[in-house]
Design a protein around this ligand. Sequence first.
Ligand code: GLU
Length: 550
Amino acid sequence: MTLKDLADIMFPDVTLTVDEIEKRYPERDLEEGAEVTRFAPSPTGFVHMGSLLSAFQDFKLAKDTKGIFYLRIEDTDTLRTVENGISGIISDLANFDIYPDEGMISETESIGNYGPYIQSERKKIYHAYAKYLVEKGLAYPCFCSKESLDETRKIQELNKERIGYYGSYARCRTLSVDEAYEKIKNGEEFVVRFKSMGDFNNKITLNDRMRGKIEFPENDMDIVIIKSNDKLPTYHFAHAIDDHLMHTTTVMRGEEWIPSYPIHHDLFKTLGFKEPLYAHLGLVLKIDENGTRRKLSKRKDPEASVSFYHEKGIPPEATKLYLMTIANSNFEEWFLSNPTGKLTDFKMDFSKMSESGSLFDVEKLFNISKNYISRMTSQELYDKSLPWMEEYDKELFELMKKYSDYTKAIFNIERGGEKPRKDYASFSDIRGGIWYMYDELFKDVNYEYQKVTDIDEIKKILNLYFNEYYDINDDKDTWFSKMKEMTEKLGYASNMKDYKKNPENYKGNVADISTVIRVSITSRSQTPDLYEILKLLGIDRIKTRINMIK
Ligand code: GLU
């Protein structure tokens, strides 16, 4: 029996050759320096914050370099697969405007020429490479039972030796081709193991793009490359084959993969593949109530789930700005000096990533979002918040649609200019800031009167003001002078300095008067510019509102 016979009986269905496959995945035609990156989740139905950060960084690197970012679904661990688990991932990414250039675009469809982009559909490809390795004597079938492997592990633990399938512990490595062939012919179950030529006493170095040089002993483990039950590849083998064929240039993945690097190095070398560059990303952390750093937890922290941002109505661009601040330590400073700068103007830098993990701070995110929303035009805010309202606040959605110009005019109050008003950290804050501008919502309100609460005094102020002073056509200066004039007439101070010197001489001051007007018209003691609000409401609606006060 030859190795070829053994390979044939191990993979009777494989007809594809490695050469044929290689031809189907030619070099990509990209500009010099263009990076090919991928997001490679299991189809678990959702993306959590840590993976979103890594998907964002993959996406960003590809965009920064005019490269390709693709979505590959890694479903070789069937335990992690859920029904419709791909769509959930795609829609989570889409909520942040992260659209892959290639890869899965729905549960079953994909775009791009380097597919299939779902590992279970690439079985034939993995088998062809595994068969090729067997033919070359670089892989072999292993028949060791779980019990015998457990036994080996116990001995290794007892002897304080390295755990694994290597050296004299790699029992099936020394089976003759005839013996192995016979066992398969007799229907014995087997896995396929890689035959490592490595020596544990040699050193290899990973030049991680973010962590720099990391030294390891060479791999000498005969790791499983094809599993026995479903004949699917292990992560290690699929990683090597896929990232080679799809021409990934930089693999960004969690730091938990660092110890596996020697295996990957061994596989790439043996298969004759060019190794991609690696960046092993740190964890996403948060500071706990008691000041300690801990991993962001899906169970404890609502912000760990990416649906949180969509449900709250944080604009995707704001979340991405935030992700950039935790990805690169120099981004925040850049953004402060370029407050209107776009993410596309900033290039991601591996040397500015934190090895020890990215600290997640929701308050900071809200701040960024507040700034971001404050810089939108009223039209932009209207266009971007409307779909969110349709999903989460139908009532306000209908009003915003019915009174679209009016709504944009409301949004426009104190917007634009150097120091725009920062009211909204998310679209879910909008209702609280504008509801009183719609008569449909201005019912059974709770008036937040402050200093002046006597209803007769309030009525007196309102009647005098709206009957004798207020003129909708006044410009802002005239409007304010008139307000002061009336203030004095009523025995309140129009000048704050005078008031502060001798408060006992006055009933109150001009701020108390404007608060009475503000609260009477809106019910709120804090609103954007009163002059603009009065203008937008118009005198008829103002009068109706005054009549509502009992
Ligand atoms: N499917 C792997 C995981 O979820 C991907 C790791 C990688 O990006 O290579 O951990």
